[in-house]
Design a protein around this ligand. Structure first.
Ligand SMILES: Cc1cc2nc3c(=O)[nH]c(=O)nc-3n(C[C@H](O)[C@H](O)[C@H](O)COP(=O)(O)OP(=O)(O)OC[C@H]3O[C@@H](n4cnc5c(N)ncnc54)[C@H](O)[C@@H]3O)c2cc1C
Ligand code: FES
Length: 292
């Protein structure tokens, strides 16, 4: 199966909050009823949420999971007043949601080995990629996750190995264990069972352990802070592995109208200005970091 996710209709939904769970270090998992978005979302896409009626500018959040019953789930960490206001909304309240937006990851069977790398608030698209691929037998998915604060997920012992991952990374996400997808965690915050370092260290070790043929069959998907994306692009170039990055630029309209999210990208035809919201948020790594 091919997951070549291109922009379709964006739905406006009056989404009821079904669950809203606070996690340590000011992180929140929000589940809302948004059936049209749940039906058409794909990994790498996001939704634009109105945090409170008094806050005009919506905030973009990556879609972390969807369910056939019609819910969509997000993980967020407030940095300013918008998401702080969202964090105060209660179960049963409704929020205006535009989604799904953007071009997600393109995942095709010619690269059946998928290495998903997520850091911080860039973790959600990797969970969604894992959820989407969990039943596709032709894909062999490994998820690597880094965080410098508590992981807002249930952790468990690794039950599935991945080539090259040191035994120091002994913990994984219970959810991904249930999906039979290996996951490994990294943190410099001395979290027990995690690799003591960056998530890209784990990725380096993993890529080192693959044969040349396996590298040719591998595709990296990544989302996270800018230094992590830059290091991932460099790694992809070093091992000559295809790599797609999901960007998290600041946005205003979120639907292509204001050019507030424009980034410079290097395309085969030359340098171009692209809007992260509708031309992205996923771009080829070499178009963002041509000199990685
Ligand atoms: C596609 C996409 C997906 C994302 N997914 C997630 C996710 O899953 N989880 C998550 O937690 N975050 C995610 N983000 C990031 C999140 O949307 C932003 O961090 C958001 O602005 C935070 O809102 P806030 O109200 O907490 O902070 P804001 O009030 O937006 O302010 C955050 C900080 O940025 C500054 N700032 C605000 N706007 C601008 C601007 N235009 N230019 C420069 N500085 C500015 C403010 O001064 C403040 O210091 C995503 C972003 C994008 C684009
Ligand atoms: S946020 Fe307006 S064009 Fe992207």
């Amino acid at each position: 199966m091919t997951y070549a996710n291109r922009r379709g209709s964006i739905h406006l939904e009056d989404a009821e909050i079904l669950e809203h769970v606070a996690h340590p270090d000011n992180q929140f998992v929000l589940r809302v009823a948004a059936p049209a978005t749940a039906r058409t979302a794909a990994p790498g896409m996001f939704a634009h949420l109105q945090c409170a009626p008094s806050i005009r500018l919506r905030r973009p959040l990556s879609i972390m999971r969807t369910d056939a019953s019609g819910w969509v789930e997000f993980l967020y960490k407030p940095v300013g007043h918008g998401l702080t206001a969202l964090s105060q909304r209660r179960v049963g309240e409704r929020i205006s949601l535009l989604g799904p937006i953007g071009n997600g990851f393109t995942i095709t069977p010619d690269k059946p080995k998928v290495l998903a790398i997520g850091g911080g608030v860039g973790i959600p698209p990797m969970i969604f990629a894992a959820q989407t691929l969990k039943q596709a037998k032709e894909f062999d998915v490994t998820v690597l996750i880094g965080s410098e604060i508590a992981f807002p997920f249930a952790l468990a012992s690794c039950r599935l190995d991945s080539p090259g991952i040191a035994t120091a990374a002994k913990r994984s996400l219970e959810l991904l264990n249930e999906w039979h997808i290996p996951s490994h965690l990294a943190s410099k915050a001395a979290i027990q069972g995690c690799h003591d370092g960056y998530v890209t260290d784990l990725a380096t070790n993993h890529l080192h352990a693959l044969t040349g043929q396996e590298l040719g069959l591998t595709r990296i998907l990544a989302c996270g802070p800018e230094p992590m994306l830059a290091a991932t692009a460099k790694l992809a170039q070093r091992f000559d592995v295809e790599c797609q990055l999901a960007l998290e630029e600041f946005m205003a309209c979120g639907v292509g109208g204001c050019a507030g999210c424009t980034v410079e990208v290097v395309m085969p035809e030359g340098v171009a200005m692209k809007r992260v919201c509708v031309d992205g948020p996923v771009f080829p790594a070499e178009s963002i970091y041509p000199n990685a």
